[in-house]
Design a protein around this ligand. Sequence first.
Ligand code: FCB
Length: 443
Amino acid sequence: MRFPKDFLWGAATAAYQIEGSPLADGAGASIWHRFSHTPGTILNGDTGDVACDHYHRWQEDIEWMKRLGLNAYRFSVAWGRILPTGRGAVNHKGLDFYKRLVDGLLGAGITPMITLYHWDLPAELQDMGGWANRDCAKWFADYACLMFRELGDRVHLWATLNEPWVVMALGYLWGQHAPGIRDIGAAAKAGHHMLLGHGKAVQALRGLGLPNARIGIVTNLGPQQPASDSPQDQMVATLWHNFINRYFLDPIFRGEYPDTVLNFIGEFAPRVAPDDMQTIGTPIDFLGINYYTRNVIAYDASEPIGSRTVYQEGRLHTEMGWEVYPEGLYEILKWVRDEYGAIPLYITENGAAFPDAPNAQGEVDDPLRVDYIRAHLEQAHRAIHDGIPLRGYFYWSLMDNFEWAFGYSKRFGLLYVDHATQRRAMKTSGRWYAEFIAGQRGG
Ligand code: FCB
C-alpha cells in the first residue's frame, strides 16, 4: 500500500472531549458543560471537567503526536473560550491557548486542521434557542471570522461544523446529546441554521482573501443498506440513506434538500428563505468524512419510525455496538465522488472503541484496533487507486477521552489514558500506526 507523498496522516480530537477545565481563564460554559452536569444524562455521571487535562498537558500531547509520526492533527476550538457568551467581547486568554497549541504543532511539523464547531455551543446562546434560532448562523459566522483573522495566517485547513446531522438528530430530535431537546420542528430549524452558518462562515473566509486557507465541512456518512430486496426494506433504506447521507450534502452541492425526507417530515420541513440555498452552496475546498459503520435496515411497522437496524450476526462489532465494515468506507467515498463530483476528501474520523486494559507491565495490546485501522486504510488506498481524490486520514482518536453520553466508558485512543492519573501510554495500535506512517514517509 503506497499512499501519495503529500498525504496527511493524522489523528483527531474535540475540545470538550479532551481539554478539561471548561471554565478556566474566563471561558463561558457550553451546552455540554451544562448537559453533563444535569443528573441522568451521562453514563456514570461523568463530565468533561477534567477529561484528558489536555488544557494543561498539550505540550506533552504534542510529544506523543511526534512519537506517532503524525504530520497532521485535527482538533476543535471551544467557542466559549474565545467568546464566553458566544458573541461580543473576546477572551484573549482563551485565544492564546489555541495560538500556543497551533505554534507548538507547527514547530513539530504537524499541520493543524481546526474544527470550529464540535458541539460545544456557548450556553448563553442556547438560552436564546441555540441553533433553532436563525440568528445563530450569524453568531457562528462572526466567531468563525474572528478565528480566521486571528489564526488564518498559520492555519490553512478549516472545518466549519462537525457532523451537523448528529447535532440535529441526537441534540434536537432524540435528546441523548446536548442540548437534550426532543422536538422535530426545532431539529429541522437547527439543521437549516447550521447549514446557513456554515455557508456564511465560508463566505467570511473568502472575504478575507487568505491565499492558503482551505475550508470544508465534516459529515458523518455510511452505507444504509436494505436487509432484503423487498420493496419495503428498500424503501426504508433509501429514506435513511437520504436522511443521513444526503440531508446536509444535497443543499451544499445541489441547492436543495432531498424530497423524500422533506415529504417524510411534512409540516416540520425547514423554512428556506430566498437566498439561503445560495449562501449554503458557497463553494467549499474539501469535504471531511467521518466513517464508522453501516446500517442494515428493515421495514418494521411496529417501530415508531417504521424501521429497525438489523444486527449482523457473525460480524465483529465494536464496544459502541457498531459493526466493523471496512468496505463501507470505499463505498461511501465512491458514492460521494459519483454523486457530488471530484472534490478533495479527507477521512476526518475513523476509529473503534474496544475494551482496552493495561497488562501487568502497563502495556495495552489492542490487536482488534490494529486490524480495524489496517482494513480501513486498505479501503482508502483502493479509493485512491480508483482516482478518488482522498487527501488524508485522521484516526479517531488520538487518545481515550470523554465519549459524550457514554462518558469515559468507551476507549477509542491510539494512546491509552489512565483517567485517574492522566498518564498516557502508547497502545499497540499506536505503535503500528507510527510504523505504518514511517514506512509511507520513507522513515
Ligand atoms: C463522532 C464524533 C466524535 C466521536 C466519535 C466516536 O460522531 O464526531 O466526537 O465521539 O463519533
